[in-house]
Design a protein around this ligand. Structure first.
Ligand SMILES: *[C@@H]1O[C@H](CO)[C@@H](O)[C@H](O)[C@H]1NC(C)=O
Ligand SMILES: *[C@@H]1O[C@H](CO)[C@@H](O)[C@H](O)[C@H]1NC(C)=O
Ligand SMILES: *[C@@H]1O[C@H](CO)[C@@H](O)[C@H](O)[C@H]1NC(C)=O
Ligand SMILES: *[C@@H]1O[C@H](CO)[C@@H](O)[C@H](O)[C@H]1NC(C)=O
Length: 955
C-alpha cells in the first residue's frame, strides 16, 4: 500500500472522477481492514500488515478508526450493483404481481418525451417489464394465482409523484399542539436534528396525498432555522411495521450505524437550510446574522473535516504515533458530510440577496446545493445559481402561490418556464401542508399552463425531484428495475382535475375501491395552452412586478369574432344565450361597453364604422361569460399578509379584549369598506383572470368580524366609478375553536345579539343585529364544523320562533357541511365553501368528503344534490385568480352533474345572493376569453366588457 492512494477527500464535492477513485479506494481500504481485523488478536504484530509501519505501535482503537476512515471515503449514491437487484428492499411478501395492460406510459426517459403504448409488469416491488407483455408469458413466469391484471384501456400512466419539499408527518393533519414537530426553536444552527425523529405515522394527509398520486416525499424540518436539520425521504404507504423507520426509502447508514461489509457507496442524505425572513423572524436576526451563523457552522465543520483527513492520511500510512482517537463530533458529523459532498442540501431561500449569499457560501466552503426552495426570485438571477459550487441547484417552487410575504412579492407564474429556458431544473413542490400535496399535479398543470413545456412539467413532479433527492436510480421513472410506484390517471395528467384511478407503491395498490370519473375525450390529451411569451418577457423586464392595471380599448366599438359561446346574467341567474354550431363560430359586438349583439356572423355583422373607431379581436373559439366574484380571503384588505404596513389590520374581539371606547367600545361595528385597498397585485391578477368583483370582510379571527363590502377588482381607488358597488352587504361572525372564549360562549353571544330587543339605541351594532334578526341582511357565520353548523341551524329556528321573522343565514367555510345537507336545505341555510378541494387541516374541519377517487361525490355535489344554496370562495388572496379553475374542477368532480352555467353561478349569482349582494346587475362585467371558455386550461382571458364604465379593457 503506497501513499498515492490516500488523498482522502480533499476536495469538497467529489466529481464523477473522484467518485470512481474513491470507490476503488474504499474497496482497497476494506481489504486492509480485513487484514487488520485478522491480526488484531495480538497487540504487537509479528509481521507487518499493510497499513502500519515496521515496529510501530498500533493502538487498540485502530480498527475502529480505520473503519471511520473508510466510511468517510464512501461515495454517495446507489451501490454499483444496485441495478442487479431482483427484489425491492421494500417488497412486502405476498404482494401479487400486477400486469397493467394497454396503457399510455409516460416513462420519464428522453428528457420526459418518451411515451410508450403497452403493458407494465410489477413484481417483487419492482417494475419488471415495460412494453409488450403477453399474458401467457407472464402467467408462466409469475407464481400461479399471484397475478392481478389491470386493464388500463388506454389510460395515461406516469411514475408515482415525488414531492421534494413536504412537511408530511411533521406538520400533521389535523394540526394539534401535540404533534407540531416541524421546527425546533433551540437555535439557528441545528444540523444534528432529524425530521425522522418527529415523523407522525398518523397524519391524515398520507392517504389523501396518495389519492393525488404522491408516492414519495422528502420530509423536511421547517424553516425557522438557518440549518434546520436533516430531511428524510419516505414512501407514503402504510407499512406492516407501522413505524416511521419502515417508511424510509434508501435511509442513510448513519440512522442505525450499520453498513454492509465492503460497501463502497452510501445513500444520499438530505439537509434543510433556510435563509431570509423565517430564520430572521424566529431569532430576531438580520440576514447578516443568519449568514454569519452559516459561516461559523461551516467553518467548524471544515475544521473537523480537515482534522479527519489529516488523521486518516497518517492512520492509513500506519503512522499511529501520537494519533489519538478519530476526531469527530456527533453534532457536526452531518455538516461535515455536506462538505464531503454526500448530502443533498435543500435550501429555502427566496430573494436575489438570499440566493447570492447562499451561492457565495457554497463556494467559500465548497459544497453543492441540490435545490433552492421557494426561490421566488430564482428566475431573476439564473446566473447566480449557475455560479454555485459543483453544479447549479434545481429550483423547487410553487406555481402561483406568492406575495404572502415580502420575499415572495416578486414571485411569478412564469418562473418555471423562465428557469427552464435558462437551463435550471424545475421542481414543482407542495411545501405540504402549505399546499395540499394531494394536488401536486395541479402545480405542474399550472406551470404548464404558464409555459413550462409538457415534458418538463410532468418531469417537475416525477423524475426531476427524484434526481434532486438522489433517488432517480429507483423512483421518478417507469423503467425496468425501478420501484413499482405508478399512477393510472383518469385523463392526461396535465389536464385540469386529472385524478388517479389507482396508485401503486412498491407494487401495492393503494386505493381500495376507487371512484372513477369518466372524463370527456378532450381531457385525454394535454391541453393546448395559451401563449404567454409577452407576459413572461414583461415579467423579466420589470423584475417581477410588471404593470397589471388594465388598459382600456381606445375605440367605442369592439367586435369579437370567432366566438364559441356567450353566457350572460338573466333575471338573477346565468344563461348561455349563444352557442356556436359545429365549425361555425359567431361574433359579438360591444358598443360603449354594452354587448349589443351576438350570434352567427351574418346576424351580428361588424358595423360599418369610420377608420379608427372600431377594434376587431379574434377569440379563436373563445367565449364571453359573466365576471366572477371572489370572497373569503384578505383580498382588498391586505397586500402582503406578512407585512402589517400593507394591511388594514385585525379587528378587536370583544369577547377577548375590551374594545377602546374611542372606537365605540364593545358595541363597535367595523365596516370592511372603510379599510379597502385597491389595485393590489392579487386584486389585479384576479381581475386579469376573470374575477371582476370581490366581497371583503374585516380581517381577524374575532367572533364579531363586521360588515362586508362589495367592490370592483379593477378599480384604481374607492372613488372610482365602479370602486364600491355596495358598501354594506352582510354581517359576519366567526365561531372558532380557540379555547377561550369557548364555542358555547361565542354562540351565547350570538344568541344574545340576535334576541336583543329592537334597537332603542343609536348603536350601530344593535341596529345591524336587528336588521339581521328581521332578515334584511344576512348573517354569515364562518365555521367549518358540523356541530357548530347544527347549532346555528337550531339557533336560527329559536330566533325565528321568538321574533316571527325569517333570518337569512349563510355558513362560510363549510368543510363538514355535507354531513348536514338535508338539514341545511330544510332550514334554508346556504353555504359558501371556502376550500373547494378540502383538507382536514384542523380538528374542527376534519370530517371532509374528499371527493373522487376516495368518495363518490364531493361536498359541493352533495349539497347541490340536496338543493342547498351554495357558492364558492377561497382562503388566500393569491388563490382568487384560480376561481375559474376551482369551479371547473368542482364541475368535473361531479361527473357531469354540474353544467357550465351552474359552475359559473357558484362564483357569481349564488355566491352574491348568499353574501347579501343585492346590487350587481348594473355593474356586472362580462369576461372575454380566447382559445376556449373561462373554465378551460386552454383559454386566456383577453378582455373585460364593462357596462358601468362604458368601455372594454383589453389585456
Ligand atoms: C429537454 O426539453 C426541454 C423542453 O422541451 C428542452 O428545452 C431541453 O433542451 C431538453 N433537454 C435536453 C437535454 O434535451
Ligand atoms: C439499519 O437500517 C437499514 C436501512 O433501513 C436496515 O436495512 C437494517 O436492517 C438496519 N439495521 C438494524 C440493526 O436495525
Ligand atoms: C427537490 O427538488 C429539487 C429540484 O430538483 C432538488 O434539488 C431537491 O434536492 C429536492 N428536495 C429534496 C428535499 O429532495
Ligand atoms: C422576449 O424577449 C426575448 C429576449 O429579449 C426576445 O427575443 C423575444 O422576441 C421576446 N418575445 C416577445 C414575445 O416579446
Amino acid at each position: 500500500m503506497t501513499k498515492d492512494v490516500l488523498p482522502v477527500s480533499r476536495a469538497g464535492a467529489p466529481g464523477p472522477e473522484l467518485h470512481r477513485r474513491h470507490g476503488k479506494l474504499a474497496r482497497r481500504l476494506a481489504g486492509l481492514l480485513f487484514v487488520l481485523a485478522a491480526a488484531q488478536a495480538c497487540f504487537f504484530l509479528a509481521t507487518d500488515p499493510p497499513g502500519r509501519r515496521r515496529g510501530a505501535h498500533v493502538p487498540l482503537h485502530a480498527q475502529e478508526a480505520l473503519e471511520k476512515c473508510v466510511a468517510q471515503t464512501l461515495v454517495a449514491g446507489p451501490a454499483p450493483d444496485f441495478r442487479a437487484r431482483t427484489v425491492s428492499d421494500r417488497f412486502v411478501q405476498g404482494t401479487p404481481a400486477v400486469l397493467v395492460r394497454g396503457a399510455k406510459i409516460w416513462t420519464g426517459a428522453h428528457n420526459g418525451t418518451e411515451v410508450l403504448e403497452g403493458d407494465i409488469l410489477l413484481e417483487d416491488g419492482l417494475i419488471k417489464t415495460v412494453g409488450s407483455v403477453t399474458l401467457a408469458d407472464v402467467e408462466r413466469r409469475v407464481r400461479s394465482g399471484a397475478l392481478k391484471v389491470v386493464d388500463a384501456n388506454g389510460a395515461w400512466v406516469t411514475p408515482g409523484l415525488v414531492d421534494n419539499h413536504s412537511h408530511l408527518g411533521v406538520y400533521s393533519a389535523p394540526a394539534l399542539n401535540g404533534a407540531a414537530d416541524g421546527n425546533s426553536h433551540k437555535g439557528p444552527i441545528l444540523p444534528w436534528l432529524r425530521s425522522l425523529d418527529a415523523l407522525n405515522t398518523h397524519d391524515d394527509a398520507y392517504a389523501l396525498s396518495i389519492a393525488g398520486g404522491v408516492t414519495t416525499a422528502a420530509v423536511l424540518p421547517g424553516s425557522a432555522n438557518a440549518i434546520g436539520g436533516q430531511a428524510f425521504t419516505i414512501k407514503l404507504r402504510k407499512t406492516l411495521e407501522r413505524s416511521p423507520t419502515a417508511m424510509l426509502v434508501d435511509p442513510p447508514f448513519d440512522i442505525n450505524r450499520t453498513r454492509a461489509a465492503g460497501a463502497t457507496h452510501t445513500p444520499w442524505r438530505q439537509m434543510k437550510h433556510a435563509c431570509g425572513e423565517n430564520p430572521s423572524r424566529v431569532y430576531s436576526n438580520t440576514r447578516m446574522d443568519t449568514f454569519w451563523a452559516f459561516r461559523e457552522a461551516y467553518n467548524k465543520a471544515s475544521e473537523i473535516k480537515a482534522q479527519q483527513d489529516a488523521y486518516c492520511t497518517k492512520a492509513l500510512a500506519g503512522e499511529w504515533d501520537g494519533l489519538g482517537p478519530y476526531p469527530e463530533d456527533l453534532q457536526w458529523e452531518a455538516l461535515v458530510d455536506v462538505i464531503r459532498g454526500r448530502v443533498k442540501v435543500q435550501a429555502h431561500c427566496y430573494e436575489a440577496v438570499d440566493l447570492d449569499d447562499l451561492i457565495r457560501l457554497t463556494n467559500e466552503f465548497q459544497f453543492p446545493i441540490a435545490a433552492v426552495h421557494h426561490a421566488h426570485e430564482a428566475y431573476l438571477v439564473p446566473d447566480v445559481l449557475k455560479r454555485a459550487y459543483g453544479h447549479p441547484p434545481a429550483a423547487a417552487i410553487f406555481a402561483v402561490n406568492a406575495r404572502y410575504k415580502r420575499e415572495s412579492y416578486r414571485g411569478s407564474e412564469y418562473a418555471p418556464r423562465i428557469l427552464a429556458d435558462s437551463g435550471i431544473d424545475v421542481v414543482m413542490k407542495s411545501d405540504h401542508p402549505v399546499l395540499n400535496s394531494r394536488y401536486l399535479m395541479f402545480e405542474a398543470q399550472q406551470a404548464h399552463y404558464y409555459g413550462l413545456p409538457e415534458n418538463l412539467a410532468i418531469a417537475s413532479v416525477t423524475s426531476t425531484p427524484a434526481t434532486v433527492l438522489g433517488l432517480d436510480h429507483r423512483v421518478g421513472y417507469i423503467k425496468e428495475g425501478w420501484d413499482a410506484d405508478l399512477i393510472l390517471w383518469d385523463s392526461h395528467p396535465l389536464s385540469l382535475g386529472a385524478t388517479p384511478t389507482q396508485v401503486f407503491i412498491d407494487g401495492i395498490p393503494q386505493l381500495d375501491s376507487p371512484v372513477v370519473l369518466h372524463k370527456p375525450e378532450v381531457f385525454q390529451h394535454p391541453p393546448r395552452v395559451p401563449n404567454f411569451d409577452r407576459e413572461a418577457n414583461e415579467t423579466l423586464r420589470y423584475e417581477g412586478l410588471p404593470p397589471l392595471a388594465p388598459t382600456t380599448a381606445d375605440t367605442s366599438v369592439v367586435v369579437f369574432v370567432n366566438v364559441k359561446s356567450v353566457t350572460v346574467r338573466a333575471a338573477g341567474d346565468l344563461q348561455e344565450v349563444y352557442t356556436a354550431e359545429k365549425g361555425r363560430l359567431g361574433s359579438a359586438v360591444v358598443v360603449d361597453g354594452v354587448l349589443s349583439c351576438y350570434g352567427h356572423a351574418e346576424e351580428c355583422a361588424i358595423p360599418a364604422q369610420g377608420e379608427g373607431t372600431l377594434r376587431v379581436v379574434d377569440l379563436r373559439g373563445g367565449s364571453i361569460e359573466p365576471g366572477l366574484t371572489t370572497f373569503g380571503s384578505d383580498l382588498g384588505l391586505s397586500e402582503i399578509r406578512g407585512e402589517a404596513s400593507t394591511r388594514d389590520g385585525f379587528v378587536y374581539d370583544p369577547l377577548l379584549d375590551p374594545v377602546p371606547s374611542a372606537a365605540g367600545g364593545d358595541d363597535a361595528l367595523v365596516r370592511a369598506v372603510d379599510g379597502l385597498r385597491f389595485a393590489g397585485r392579487d386584486t389585479l391578477l384576479a381581475y386579469r383572470y376573470g374575477v371582476t368583483k370581490a366581497v371583503a370582510v374585516p380581517l381577524g379571527g374575532a367572533f364579531l368580524k363586521g360588515l362586508g363590502a362589495f367592490f370592483s377588482t379593477s378599480a384604481a381607488h374607492k372613488l372610482d366609478t365602479v370602486g364600491v358597488i355596495q358598501p354594506i352587504t352582510a354581517l359576519h361572525v366567526q365561531i372558532a375553536h380557540i379555547g377561550t372564549p369557548s364555542v358555547s360562549t361565542q354562540i351565547a353571544a350570538l344568541r344574545k345579539k340576535l334576541l336583543a330587543l329592537p334597537a332603542d339605541t343609536d348603536e350601530e351594532i344593535a341596529r345591524a343585529f336587528e336588521q339581521v334578526a328581521r332578515g334584511v341582511i344576512p348573517v354569515v357565520v364562518h365555521t367549518d364544523n358540523a356541530d357548530v353548523i347544527a347549532t346555528v341551524i337550531t339557533l336560527k329556528k329559536e330566533v325565528e320562533e321568538k321574533t316571527g321573522a325569517r333570518l337569512r343565514v349563510t355558513i362560510a367555510g363549510g368543510a363538514e357541511s355535507h354531513l348536514l345537507a338535508e338539514q341545511l336545505k330544510a332550514a334554508d341555510v346556504g353555504v359558501v365553501i371556502l376550500s373547494t378541494r378540502p383538507f382536514p387541516g384542523l380538528w374542527e374541519s376534519q370530517r371532509i368528503l374528499p371527493g373522487p377517487p376516495l368518495s363518490n361525490g364531493s361536498t359541493i355535489s352533495t349539497l347541490l344534490n340536496h338543493n342547498v344554496n351554495i357558492g364558492v370562495g377561497v382562503t388566500e388572496a393569491w388563490m382568487a385568480r384560480n376561481t375559474r379553475l376551482d369551479v371547473a374542477w368542482a364541475a368535473l368532480e361531479s361527473g357531469g352533474g354540474i353544467s357550465k352555467a351552474e359552475a359559473l353561478a357558484l362564483a357569481t349569482t349564488n355566491l352574491e345572493r348568499l353574501l347579501g349582494v343585492e346590487r350587481y346587475a348594473e355593474a356586472a362585467e362580462l369576461v372575454v376569453t380566447e382559445g376556449g371558455d373561462l373554465l378551460s386550461l386552454e383559454s386566456k382571458v383577453v378582455g373585460v366588457i364593462s357596462p358601468a364604465r362604458r368601455s372594454v379593457d383589453l389585456f
